[in-house]
Design a protein around this ligand. Structure first.
Ligand code: M6R
Length: 618
């Protein structure tokens, strides 16, 4: 949560900072701010409540031309969204400004100590405490800002990615991180440097990126080579990576919202995800994943898989469990990362813990794998963001390669994750000899056809838009599915609540009669995922139970299914496919449904209230 941008170079920093914040707005958007340092000890600080566009408007007529600056877009943790709580926070003397992503857990104790030394505070934030602490530590250390930052950070418990500037020194930008991401872009001949929470605001200026590691501090000085030091051990070597980011993925490409673009991106990005991994010759298919090739021994002999993830990625994990157990015959558990990290988990030899994460920065998932790694598990990552914290913590893994996902509601990441899980389960099943040859070939062949099948579902967009109108009046709805489609019911319900603010519950269809059936009346839409697979007849019985209580049914059905159609107010059709691949198709109409309900309710689809794309706090 929260996005940080920084710039030092030969150009005015303000437009670069605003441009960068817009790319990071997915990380938080309840206030934004920046500090621009120019010569003559001048520092302008601007803040605005709400979106980055408000900050942009506010700064439009100002002539801040400083070539050093830091900026921030906030997702509130300590203190309500307001201008006072917005970053940058400035120290008591007005000299030091700081932007911060993370949480200083011991801020209350530090604040009390600083108050005793005469410091006063304007905001409710932990970040202002850090700004004052840096000033105090610098003053104690004869005014040296770098040693002040170093000493202050050693006193902090918690997570931080920070950028610090001093109005008296227009040639120095300091950055540091612990458990919150930070990337530094290096311009030609060290003439300019860029700082950001991820590479997306940097990539249009330079492809040369250095990712800071935990407890590292970067000294970025005008015209000099970048220096990085470990907080405790001093100077460290660093690796400059070349990022390969498709910049066209970072705009809406003519769609009104990122979410809709990302839904429509799915046929293309799923092909990207499979490219070079699924190979065909004379009608014979095989899947090759480098992670499986390189770590065959460990993976083939795995005794147990535990998938840790959050939200949509957790739903993909539930499908992953079914895939791994079906094709590899390995016992698999799925845990919420936020619970798993605090469990007394017993890790035994042969345990593989698999982290699934789009952003690769989810704090709970990161902590869960760190804990499992310490206890001796092998860590496998299924991640989208290349070079992210989770990707770097894993022993091995497979990127999903679906391009940046900007809409807060995850769509193409889900289908990308399920695609990778399918390829992984098949590759591993093949290596273990637990998958039937014919089934292996058939599933891989069918998987390559999924992008075209998604394309045909997308053609129903207008129809789903009409259906969505009915849902705008609902206060509650129920999503029911079974077997492979049960996680899709959970995912459909999550999509609906997070962007439409309609209460939606996902349930295994047969579980409905153990409680939720009491909710059913003619005002509550019930969405069934009733594709033509195992348990189809049983789903029909569950539908009868809903109809008998005057429930209104909307169903995802296999093309041409007349039996279910007769029982429904409306149906959304998906092409026929194999049972294990059904989620890749049945989720698509549910993504569109939630999107159109949110649009019809005139809600902010890409930036729903209270949420952020990347949850980098506990
Ligand atoms: O980046 P991650 O996949 O680790 O994120 C996990 C969840 O925060 C995320 O899937 C969230 O639930 C989405 N907003 C759902 O659409």
């Amino acid at each position: 949560m929260c996005g940080i941008v920084g710039y030092i170079g030969d150009k005015p920093s303000l437009p670069i900072l605003i441009n960068g914040l817009k790319k990071l707005e997915y990380r938080g958007y309840d206030s934004a701010g920046c500090a621009i340092v120019s010569g003559n000890e001048r520092m302008e600080v601007y803040k605005a409540k709400g979106k980055v566009s408000n900050l942009e408007e506010k700064t439009q007529n100002d002539d801040a031309c400083g070539t050093l600056g830091i900026a921030h877009t906030r997702w509130a943790t300590h203190g309500i969204p307001s201008e006072i709580n917005a970053h940058p926070h400035v120290s008591q003397s007005g000299n030091i400004a700081i932007v911060h992503n993370g949480i200083i857990e011991n801020y209350a104790v530090l604040k009390e100590q600083l108050e005793k030394k005469g410091y006063t505070f304007k905001s409710e934030t932990d970040t202002e405490v850090l700004a004052q602490l840096i000033e105090y530590a610098a003053t104690e250390g004869n005014g040296d800002l770098v040693s002040g930052v170093r000493r202050a950070l050693k006193l902090c418990i918690g997570a931080y990615a920070i950028a610090v500037v001093d109005r008296r020194n227009p040639d120095l930008l300091i950055a540091a991180r612990k458990a919150s991401p930070l990337a530094i872009g290096i311009g030609e001949n060290n003439e300019e440097f860029f700082l950001a929470s991820d590479a997306s605001p940097i990539a249009e200026y330079t492809r040369k990126i250095v990712y800071l590691n935990d407890e590292e501090l970067a000294l970025i000085e005008r015209g000099k080579e970048l220096r990085i030091e470990n907080l405790h051990t001093g100077s460290v070597d660093y690796e400059i990576k070349e990022v390969d980011l498709d910049l066209s993925m970072l705009d809406k490409g003519g769609f009104p919202h990122f979410m809709l673009k990302e839904i429509f991106d799915q046929p293309t990005v799923l092909k990207d995800c499979m490219r070079g991994r699924i190979l065909e010759k004379d009608g014979k298919y095989r899947v090759v994943l480098s992670a499986v090739e390189q770590h065959k021994d460990i993976l083939v002999n795995a005794k147990r898989f535990t998938i840790v993830s959050c939200g949509t990625s957790w739903h993909a994990g539930l499908i992953g469990k079914q895939l791994i157990e079906h094709f590899c015959k390995i016992h698999t558990e799925v845990a919420y990362a936020s619970e798993y990290r605090y469990n007394d988990t017993v890790i035994e030899p042969g345990d593989v813990v698999m982290a699934i994460s789009q952003s690769g920065e989810t704090a709970d998932t990161l902590a869960a794998i760190e804990m499992a790694k310490e206890k001796g598990a092998t860590i496998f990552g299924i991640v989208n963001s290349v070079g992210s914290s989770i990707a770097r913590q894993t022993d091995t893994g497979t990127y999903i390669h679906i391009g940046p996902e900007i809409g807060v509601a995850s769509t193409k990441a889900f289908t990308g994750q399920v695609t990778v899980l399918t390829m992984l389960a098949l590759a591993l099943g093949k290596a273990r000899g637990t998958v039937d040859e014919q089934e292996y070939n058939e599933v891989l062949r069918e998987l390559t056809l999924i992008p075209e099948k998604i394309q045909t579902i997308l053609q129903q967009n207008d129809k789903i838009k009409d259906i969505a109108r009915i849902f705008t009046y609902a206060h509650n709805c129920l999503y029911l599915g079974r077997g492979w489609n049960y996680p899709v019911a959970l995912e459909g319900a999550l999509k609906m609540k997070e962007i439409s603010y309609i209460h939606a519950e996902g349930y295994p269809a047969a579980e409905m009669k153990h409680g939720p059936i009491a909710l059913i009346d003619d005002e509550m839409p019930v969405v069934f995922i009733a594709t033509h697979h195992q348990l189809y007849q049983k789903i029909i019985s569950n539908m009868q139970e809903v109809l008998s209580r005057r429930g209104r049914i909307f169903a995802i059905v296999t093309e041409g299914d007349e039996q279910v159609r007769k029982m429904c107010a409306e149906v959304m059709e998906v092409p026929a496919t194999l049972a294990c691949l059904a989620p890749l198709l049945s989720v698509i109409p549910l993504q569109l449904l939630s999107y159109h309900v949110a649009v019809a309710k005139q809600l902010n689809v890409d930036q729903p209230r209270n949420l952020a794309k990347s949850v980098t706090v506990e």
